[in-house]
Design a protein around this ligand. Structure first.
Ligand code: TYD
Ligand code: MG
Length: 455
């Protein structure tokens, strides 16, 4: 009988300690040490280590280069996020809130892969085979080459991988899988770490592209040790507001491509549908000629997206006014309100202010500042904005409008969707020519922008 040891492991960085500590000595986070019981199985441990092949160091110019081979899925949005397709032998981690559509996305991807003639093994630890079949019926994801297994025991999963020898493997989810040689409960730090390390070896040695689904914690990070994210090749987050149908797939780490890309999907009756032209979708419900509404050109990765911003400024009933924002950082909104008060002279201290990005999108680049400022001012003054304006620019603390990147692409997108005017930083005008048929107004201060937008 193996000896059962107890130890404390940090859920953030995986640092171990023989006794409980309030503060992790590794990453200095508070309250992250949890108790784990682990059987020390020495013989098994050796078998689980990396298979060593002795290699010699070689000069970098003698190493064969060339493009990473990629399996292109039929889902363009997924290809884009992964940097051009799935790399064989790569390990991809997909995180997201419960019910956001991770299983749906991966079943659809599995189907798309199987249709291409690849052998796919979809392992579900959360749903029965019948439930998966029902979902596949709904999604129209029925292919001979798609194999489904409902299993959580790592040994059995290994057997299935041996017999099926898939090209594409999905583990839904990593928190439900357990290695019987590790005594901790499924989902614990030790289990998640061991199982991920195991799948990494399987992926690399057998060349199977593997996707792990990960649960997220209350704070929105993938549950389990932080080093999980270090171990895998790509970390993707599937996000969206539950009450909206849009879903965004965002890469936060990608060893084979850029991390700026996002893929946009819409959840419907028959599963996820790709959204090829997001701007059109985000602007489809926009009211015209009302106060507080502006359109901003924001970059999502390499792609410009036009999104509607809405502000409502109304007299407050509270001693300290409310400031609420959805889709925009709360601190940025506070900064813009302070600039409007101090530099433009708007008296907002007796006003509640709400700022909302329509469609449940999150905008986190400073180029949305100017549109936010115009929206707030427009609502405060009750002056409607012009329906054919697009606004972007960063706002500085002195009320100046600062240059932003990729101005040309933003303007082109505005022109493509039929907008007539763009209000943007004057400093971003150099080095390119605006397309015909669109008027460009370069501004240097917030006050100039307000004059141009609200008259
Ligand atoms: P699911 O993929 O099970 O989420 P996760 O694996 O991230 O927990 O998605 C579940 C939600 O998606 C559920 O609320 C129903 C909805 N849904 C649709 O709207 N249309 C569909 O075709 C499917 C399969 C699910
Ligand atoms: Mg699921």
């Amino acid at each position: 009988m193996a000896k059962i040891k107890s130890k404390f492991v940090c859920t953030d960085c995986g640092t171990e300690s023989p006794k409980w500590l309030g503060k992790c000595p590794g990453c200095h986070a508070w309250n992250t040490m949890v108790e784990e019981k682990e059987t020390v199985v020495k013989t098994q441990g050796v078998g689980l280590r990396m298979v060593h092949t002795k290699e010699k160091a070689q000069s970098i110019i003698h190493i064969e280069s060339g493009q990473e081979p990629r399996i292109e899925t039929r889902m363009q949005e997924l290809n884009r996020v992964l940097g051009g397709g799935v790399v064989p032998g790569s390990l991809i981690l997909v995180g997201g809130d419960p019910g956001i559509g991770k299983s749906t996305l991966l079943l659809q991807t599995s189907h798309a892969m199987a249709v291409k003639g690849l052998k796919v093994l979809y392992i579900s630890g959360e749903e029965s085979v019948r439930q998966t079949r029902l979902r596949a019926d709904r999604l129209g994801a029925l292919t001979e080459m798609l194999y489904v297994l409902c299993e959580t025991n790592m040994d059995h999963i290994n057997d299935a991988i041996e017999t099926i020898a898939p090209d594409f493997l999905v583990i839904d989810s990593i928190q439900t899988v357990y290695d019987p040689n590790v005594q901790s409960a499924p989902g614990s730090v030790a289990q998640v770490r061991e199982c991920t390390a195991h799948f990494m070896r399987v992926a690399k040695i057998k060349g199977i592209a593997t996707v792990l689904v990960g649960h997220v914690t209350k704070e929105g990070a993938i549950a389990g040790p932080r080093l999980l994210e270090h171990m895998v090749d790509c970390v993707l987050y599937f996000e969206g507001e539950r009450h909206h149908t849009y879903r965004l797939l965002r890469a936060v780490k990608n060893r084979f491509g850029s991390t700026n890309e996002i893929g946009i999907f819409e959840m419907g009756e028959e599963g996820l549908r790709e959204v090829a032209n997001p701007s059109e979708l985000f602007l489809s419900e926009r009211p015209l000629g009302v106060s507080g509404s502006t359109v901003v050109a924001s970059m999502e990765g390499t792609r410009p997206v036009l999104v509607e911003l809405q502000a409502l400024v109304a007299t407050t009933n509270f001693p300290s006014p409310r400031r609420m924002s959805t889709g925009i950082d709360h601190n940025r909104m506070a900064l813009i309100i302070a600039v409007l008060e101090k530099r433009i002279g708007m008296f907002l201290q007796t006003q509640d202010a709400y700022l909302n990005v329509a469609g449940g999108v999150k905008l986190d680049e400073p180029a949305v500042d100017l549109a936010a400022a115009v929206s707030l001012a427009s609502s405060f003054r009750d002056a409607p904005t012009k329906p054919f304006d697009v606004i972007f620019g960063e706002v500085g603390l002195t009320g100046e409008v600062r240059a932003v990147s990729r101005a040309e692409q933003r303007v082109k997108e505005a022109e493509k969707l039929g907008f007539k005017r763009v209000i943007m930083p004057e400093k971003s005008l150099k080095g390119w020519k605006a397309p015909e048929g669109i008027e460009i107004i370069g501004v240097n201060t917030v006050s100039e922008a307000l004059k141009a937008a609200l008259g």
